[in-house]
Design a protein around this ligand. Sequence first.
Ligand code: ZN
Length: 196
Amino acid sequence: MTVRKIVKYGTPSLREKSKEVHKISKKVQILVDDLYDTLYAANGVGLAAPQIGENLRVFVIDVGMDAKTMNPITFINPKILKKEGAVNSYEGCLSFPEAYTNVRRYSYVKVKALDIKGRPFILEASEGSLLARAIQHEFDHLDGVLFIDHSRNRFEADKILTEKGLNPIDAKYLLEETELEEEIQKQPVQEEKKID
Ligand code: ZN
């Protein structure tokens, strides 16, 4: 049970693809405990193993807002089975202190993963929910993708990053998300809850 140091944006390992877990060993159990300890200490919604320096396909999410509504969910070797709809939201990341930018996401996802006991489960995250967005955000970390790669406005994102003393966007990582953007444009403007 340790609060680990969170790897910050600019560290090359955040851009690496993480490896599958082959066995839920004691080491993996400790990693998951440390992810939760670090997540709760930082008041975050989700945290992926590469963010504490372990390039393994593991992340944890808790969208509960306080001790009463705690809802920790552990995802090991996750696969996204289905994604639909589009949503626009402000996101942050514990690897990017205080920087929030406007990003594109699918509004619904269905994911399959193993829990800490190695049992497979399937989870559907409802349309536009914080959980649906958090799953996509954390899943991305396992492939070296960061939330700023989904930015809707590169110049606005660069301004925010620079203000926070972080490197601006590197164009080679920006994702072309034309279909998602078209979906978003069709929708009425809505305020989304921030996540990090
Ligand atoms: Zn993140």
